[in-house]
Design a protein around this ligand. Structure first.
Ligand code: DGY
Length: 429
């Protein structure tokens, strides 16, 4: 049973999208996140297209317009002044014409470009826009393998927990604990004035987030230096799976557009990453885990990031079925899926940012993966959970045990996912 009938759910989603629309970009939510966030924007376009395809393309164009000369697309674009958010542009000090942060986020853009293009009603517009944007995704992906995999292992590392998109996951605890806190400039958090502190990261984590920012800023945000200088280098299976999927999606677009060089290079990157991916499988835990690059060991933390390889169809059919069974097991332990951390682990916190709560965007990516792996029933069950969760409002995330909406309210990407799921269901009916 879903929370609202589909018509009401879509109308409410459209209202949230419109309230957070700033014309050429959409804020994730008023107050807590008052600028443009990278993967939020790309996933938002998936919902916006059901209302206005042109507006969906604009969302990505605006983000791509702030790509750095080296190819990186930053995690935040500070289009306006707003001191309700910390750390703001003065802390990052990246020297960009429009201020941006200096780190990146999961590269869902390639995947979204293909989906927008292939399912577009306005084919002429879609081809014009996709042709114009594919180069941005391609140079971003090239940047990843040059700057975040300098040894050429085939897998990229994140250098800051915020790059993962799963900011406060238990996955980062061990590596983050090795980041020092000396010399962190005094600061005042803003997130805890918008959201109950029990749903946000602790100060010990914030100190380390800030230490890393200061370290990278001290290196002039020179991406040729950041990787080796960072005490935090983690290879996240979720992040790498997204990059592989996006590379294969831009390859498919490139082939459709006759861009054979671009397509072949993207396929070669993805093939190399696929070959290296086995390193992240843990037989003991029956899922993929993060790899700490500084110690070359797998991190003992079972999270939803370990299910995301399904999104790129990685692993043998046997492994894919094992992951689906594990997802069903987690869903069985909570009322709603998918928890972001194993509910059977003592470190599971159902209300704290990425340490247990369920997120509609992650559900969407995992379900897309389950479906492409031929596990349609498992995918449908995850979609049903997503639509049931909105009884708790269009929240940033949800307690998977109680279904309570948590974090920021009237959240853009939650609304975008609802619009997408409702339309998907209508199409299938
Ligand atoms: C935060 O939590 O403020 C991060 O910027 C999210 O990306």
């Amino acid at each position: 049973m879903t929370a609202f009938d589909d018509h009401t759910a879509f109308a409410r989603a459209a209202t949230v999208l419109s309230e957070n629309d700033r014309g050429s970009y959409t804020v994730p939510t008023k107050g807590l996140y008052p600028f443009q966030w990278n993967w939020d924007s790309c996933l938002t376009a998936l919902g916006q297209r059901h209302i206005d395809e042109g507006r969906a393309w604009t969302e990505i164009e605006t983000l791509a317009a702030h790509q750095w000369p080296d190819g990186m697309i930053p995690h935040i674009v500070f289009h306006v002044y707003d001191d309700g958010y910390f750390p703001g542009p003065d802390v990052w000090n990246t020297g960009r014409p429009t201020p941006t942060s200096g780190i990146t986020q999961p590269p869902v853009m390639g995947f979204v470009l293909r989906r927008l293009y292939e399912e577009a009603k306005d084919k002429v517009l879609a081809e014009e826009k996709a042709r114009a944007l594919i180069g941005a995704a391609d140079s971003w992906h090239r940047w990843f393998y040059a700057a975040r995999d300098p040894q050429g292992t085939g897998l990229v590392a994140i250098l800051h927990p915020w790059e993962s998109g799963r900011d406060n996951s238990v996955d980062w605890d061990e590596a983050l604990a090795r980041v020092p806190t000396d010399g962190v400039e005094p600061y005042q958090r803003r997130d805890t004035s918008h959201v109950d502190p029990s749903q946000r990261p602790h100060k010990a984590e914030y100190d380390r987030y800030l230490w890393l920012v200061q370290r990278f800023r001290g290196l002039g945000w020179d991406n040729a230096k950041l990787h080796d200088a960072s005490p935090f280098q983690v290879v996240d299976p979720g992040f790498n799976a997204i990059l592989i999927r996006s590379d294969e999606d831009i390859a498919a677009l490139g082939e459709a557009f006759g861009m054979t060089g671009l397509a072949a290079a993207a396929r070669a990157r993805a093939a190399k990453a696929r070959a290296a991916f086995d390193r992240l499988w843990s037989e003991e835990h029956g899922q993929y885990l993060c790899l700490d690059r500084t110690t070359d060991t797998l991190i003992e933390s079972r999270t939803v990031g370990g299910f995301l390889p399904l999104f790129a169809g990685l692993g043998t059919p046997e492994r894919q079925r094992a992951l689906a069974a594990r997802i069903a097991e987690w869903r069985g332990r909570t009322r709603f899926g998918i928890a972001s951390h194993d509910p059977a682990d003592p470190r599971f916190e159902p209300k704290r940012y990425w340490r247990g709560p369920a997120w509609l965007i992650v559900n969407y990516l995992v379900a897309d993966g389950l479906a492409r792996c031929g596990l349609a029933e498992a995918a449908d069950a995850v979609h049903e959970d997503s639509l049931r969760l909105i009884a708790g409002g269009f929240a940033e995330y949800y307690d998977p045990v109680t279904g309570e909406g948590l974090g920021g309210g009237n959240f853009t990407w939650t609304a975008a996912m609802v619009a997408e799921l409702v339309r998907k269901r209508a199409k299938a009916a």
